[in-house]
Design a binder for this molecule. Structure first.
Ligand code: AMP
Ligand code: MG
Length: 272
């Protein structure tokens, strides 16, 4: 099998397409072997750092990265392994938890909009606006008539960002139910991981099928030309890291970032 090179095309959800997560293999490595994947990933990280430097220097565009996954799906690991080495000046990680009382007094996008990246910045969303059509839908935290409208509202919101200098790339880290079981078990077995175990993770596992349905609805309704979703096979962390790093590099390369000119005529400067 030929090794996949252009991840952004192959793993992207075509707008309006029907997504059946059960048919997508979370272990699919698209022809890659671990050793080559790790080597390529290291090269991609260097490219990513270089592109971020340019984005920061250019100060004209921004990148918003959305990460969503089932519990133990690898959001934290992806942030550490793919974006962890980016220059902290110009990179932000924003985590969206259970909304506060103040947040609930506003529309669901209020807390999101204020965390979007400014020019020259990359923001990584650890959970996002999509919580309001995932956990909220699965547990009926608001009536269906309310959450149903949110897909369109999210698409419109993301279009506003896109038309205002912000590129968006959204990742669903796709793990299997068996892999989740192993990772949750590790949280019980490894004292270094005890802090990560939350009661919610174990409780939410019972709703696995409902969450998969809710994710399918998100992928079908909210993968748009201006804010695509990518489904990343994520049972193998080395493939997940390669795929996310590659799509980020492809996305930034497509943004046609230009280094700004010097602010004055440098050739006239003599340093004595
Ligand atoms: P974690 O990311 O593991 O620290 O957990 C954050 C928790 O916040 C998860 O249990 C999410 O389901 C929950 N959460 C995130 N967004 C929302 C939301 N909009 N409404 C309710 N709960 C949410
Ligand atoms: Mg968690």
């Amino acid at each position: 099998m030929a090794r996949l090179a252009k991840f952004s095309k192959a793993l992207r959800v075509e707008p309006g397409s029907n997504v059946k997560l059960a048919k997508l293999d979370p272990r699919d490595a698209h022809g890659w072997e671990r050793e080559d994947a790790e080597e390529r990933y290291e090269e991609l990280l260097l490219k990513l750092y270089d592109l971020q430097y340019k984005l920061h220097a250019e100060h004209r565009q921004a990148l918003l990265v959305v990460l969503q996954a089932m519990d133990a799906g690898g959001k934290d690991g992806t942030i550490r392994k793919v974006t962890g080495g980016l220059n902290p000046q110009g990179t932000r990680v924003e985590s969206f938890k259970v909304p506060t009382e103040e947040e609930l007094d506003h529309d669901f996008l209020w807390r999101i909009h204020r965390k979007t990246p400014g020019k020259g910045e990359i923001s990584i969303f650890n959970r996002s606006q999509y919580g309001d059509v995932l956990v909220v839908r699965v547990h009926n935290l608001v009536p269906e008539s309310v959450w149903k409208k949110r897909y369109g509202q999210i698409n419109a919101f993301e279009k506003i960002l896109c038309e205002n200098h912000t590129r968006i790339a959204k990742f669903y880290l796709h793990i299997s139910k068996e892999e989740q079981k192993e990772r949750l078990q590790e949280r019980l077995d490894d004292p270094n991981k005890h802090w990560k175990a939350s009661e919610a993770d174990f409780r939410e596992r019972q709703y696995w099928d409902d969450y998969q349905d809710a994710y399918e609805a998100v992928l079908e309704k909210c993968s748009t030309d201006w804010a695509p979703w990518f489904v990343i096979p994520a049972d193998r962390k080395w493939f997940r890291n390669l795929a996310v790093a590659s799509i980020l590099v492809e996305t930034l390369e497509d943004m046609d970032i230009q280094m700004p000119d010097a602010q004055f005529d440098l050739s006239k400067v003599v340093i004595d």
